[in-house]
Design a binder for this molecule. Structure first.
Ligand SMILES: *Cc1c(COP(=O)(O)O)cnc(C)c1O
Length: 353
């Protein structure tokens, strides 16, 4: 029998698609060191509770964020859905922002799969939700109404950091009205790094928190859900029902743990790069970032009507630069984007407008 040789595409393993990609921080490629950790990860069947790397990640993550338990989930969408389904029963409702990911961008999963009614409330410009409006939306105990069970916040939201003082007020509010408090913390580490505080300064206010390992933290797949044991047990059950019970998931969990241990402090590079990108972009005629609060790694800009962004995006794609041609323009920095890449992008953009 002839010995199998490595297929040619494997030689480019660490380089990914070789693009400068501003579409999202979900596009990051696992680094060589992360891949080495994944390669060496001990694995077992996690549905049997046998995967040492998943168990370790869940243990470390619970402790690190100040919770009793943690659950490794396949995505942020799944972690949020599990949180909603663990907090709420059929006919219950959660209050969230009109711009909340777990209202607007998750296919209506809570309603579709959980029979849970969302009660969205417009977000303020800074991403907060007016707590007076939250209180006004809480339904009385009356069989005409859904039962209001939960307030769900998002931090960062559109890259904006919620003030710690607001989180404290939100906690007081839910305590007073007997609601639980969930955080969609897909990018909560960006918030902690921006504020220069330990992650627990944020997570302490919440009954549950979801965290994406696969965005700025740079793991290939996976999110965490954190909560007390009863809540996580319930979420674990729903995860299996939803087809999210994974088997030898330890290779992914090991990447997630590596990301938590090695890719947090470097998020400040992404924030610095975003500020640099915003400044450069703003210096181009037809682009205006000034109406937007750019706290972390997401840059928004208004774009002149006369500029055909789709055509520009197609041109830049030929130069190996990817961005989403929406108006307002939204660009995301991450560990795959350097200052040099930003300069290349700005030069290419300037040449096309
Ligand atoms: C990306 C994101 C999610 C969902 O994460 P996926 O892993 O893409 O499902 C949830 N909430 C927020 C705020 C996000 O940005």
């Amino acid at each position: 029998m002839t010995k199998q040789t490595a297929k040619p595409f494997l030689t480019n393993l660490y380089k990914g698609n070789n693009m400068i990609d501003f579409r999202s921080d979900t596009v990051t490629q696992p680094t060589a060191d992360m891949r080495a950790v994944m390669n060496n990860a001990a694995v077992g069947d996690d549905v049997y509770g046998d995967d040492p790397s998943v168990n370790q990640l869940e243990h470390v993550a619970a402790e690190r964020h100040g919770f009793e338990s943690a659950l490794f989930c396949s995505s942020g969408t799944q972690a949020n859905l599990l949180a909603l389904m663990a907090h709420c029963e059929r006919g219950d409702e959660y209050i969230c922002g009109q711009q909340a990911h777990n209202y607007k961008f998750e296919g209506g999963g809570a309603a579709v799969l959980g029979s849970i009614q969302p009660q969205p409330i417009e977000n303020n410009a800074d991403g907060t939700i007016d707590l007076n409006k939250v209180v006004a939306a809480i339904k009385a105990d009356d069989f005409h109404f859904a039962k209001t069970k939960l307030l769900s916040l998002e931090n960062t939201i559109g890259g904006k950091v919620l003030p710690l003082s607001y989180l404290e007020q939100a906690r007081e509010c839910v305590n007073k009205h007997n609601l639980a408090l969930h955080l969609d913390g897909a990018r909560v580490y960006n918030a902690a790094v921006k504020l220069g505080v330990d992650i627990t300064e944020i997570t302490q206010y919440f009954d549950s928190v979801s965290i994406c390992l696969s965005k700025g933290l740079g793991a290939p797949v996976g999110s965490l859900l954190l909560g007390n044991k009863a809540l996580i047990d319930k979420a674990r059950r729903w995860r299996k029902v939803l087809g999210g019970g994974m088997r030898q998931a330890g290779m992914l969990a090991a990447a997630g743990q590596y990301a938590l241990e090695n890719h947090v402090t470097r998020l400040s590079d992404d924030h610095d790069n975003a500020a640099y990108l915003a400044e450069k972009l703003n210096s181009l005629s037809g682009f205006d970032t000034t109406p937007f609060q750019i706290d972390t790694n997401i840059v928004y800009a208004n774009v002149d009507e006369a500029i055909d962004l789709k055509a520009v995006a197609n041109k830049l794609k030929e130069k190996n630069i990817l961005f989403s041609a929406g108006k307002p323009l939204r660009l995301v920095t991450h560990l795959g984007v350097t200052k040099h890449d930003i300069n290349c992008f700005i030069d290419a953009l300037a040449a096309e407008i």
